[in-house]
Design a protein around this ligand. Sequence first.
Ligand code: SAH
Length: 216
Amino acid sequence: MKREDNYRHKGLRKQLVQELRDLDLCNEKILAAIDKVPRHFFLDSTFEQFAYTNKAFPIASGQTISQPQTVALQTQLLLCKSGDKVLEIGTGSGYQCAVLCELGIKVHSIERQKELFNLTAPLLKKMGYNPALYYGDGYKGKEVYAPFKGIIVTCGAPKVPEALLKQLEVGGRLVIPIGASNSQRMLTYDKIGENEFTMKDHGDAAFVPMLEEKAR
Ligand code: SAH
């Protein structure tokens, strides 16, 4: 299927970026990355008209593409720059992953739904992004490529997975929504020593749940 990114999409994207700026999400590097990524490519073409509204939207396997505002916030909280190695849990549509790639971040991303993994991996490749994608369970992280400068969890976890804290480098940060299904707090954990962390709360979050154990 051929998708185009025309002047109308680009215009809508500029409006979305301004909307984010008005919400005080003002990291211009991140906004420039959001301005570059054609979000409508990550939605079924039937729903294209919703791509540039500041809303989450259903994708395959009963999951959602994160709200642009949330993508801007989590990316900002990650405090990572070009060249940093980052692990994402919950590839989903691949949109957050594409924004990180646009920033020059070396992304490793894990998805536990086989159907989504199979859809998203070829899409990102076709769009020219080159993240390392894995089908598996994010609770385990990706030990072989650890440590990571940043870890971003894009599903709501009932608790902080030990493996993720372990796989952060000292000086690195974990961004993770913690709480019950569909209602969490956005937390960051800064690793200040081998077994020492400082936690900060950045307000309410609403993600699909991070599911336990075996991949589907
Ligand atoms: N970053 C995505 C958000 C997708 S929603 C985007 O921008 O579109 C969250 C995703 O987390 C879903 O695709 C869900 O299948 C995935 N997920 C849930 N539990 C997981 C786990 N234990 N390991 C890896 N991915 C998981």
